[in-house]
Design a protein around this ligand. Structure first.
Ligand SMILES: [Zn+2]
Length: 149
């Protein structure tokens, strides 16, 4: 029977050396695909947080209105409510787009044109992170929508 000296579990007197090797093995090896557009992901997450914060404020504001059901204020309260509902509708749509973009990042399909399957240039993604189409396809889509009326 041969004695192996390089076994990791072998209790050895030279234990100082094994600590160093263990640390390098423990390094997390995450998929690099997700890190393709780290700054855009940050932008999206920041935008998402800002929207959620805004929506939260709108909702709080509405609670305040409900707490004072003064008849003379009702007209302006309704205007306020319509306004906040419009904002929420718009923000809800944007929020959905942001969530979808983040999902595509997790699935590593972010930055790929939905229509032609080509890479969307970084510059376009940076300017419009929620886009799913490259410039060419976006232009084509707009032309089609125009033709349809
Ligand atoms: Zn395309």
């Amino acid at each position: 029977m041969k004695i192996r000296r390089s076994g990791p579990r072998t209790p050895s007197t030279k234990s100082q050396g094994s600590v160093r090797t263990r640390r390098s093995v423990n390094k997390p090896k995450k998929s690099t695909k997700n890190a393709k557009y780290p700054d855009i992901r940050r932008d999206l997450e920041r935008q998402r947080a800002a929207i959620l914060n805004d929506v939260g404020e709108v909702l709080t504001h509405r609670d305040d209105l409900a707490a004072f059901p003064d008849v003379s204020d009702q007209a302006s309260a309704e205007v306020d409510q319509n306004f906040s509902m419009r904002i929420r509708e718009r923000e809800r749509k944007l929020l959905k787009k942001i969530d979808e973009a983040l999902e595509r990042m997790d699935a590593a399909t972010y930055g790929i044109c939905e229509r032609c399957g080509g890479d969307i240039p970084y510059k376009r993604l940076k300017a419009r992170p929620v886009t799913t189409l490259c410039i060419e396809c976006k232009t084509l889509q707009e032309q089609e929508e125009h033709a349809r009326g």
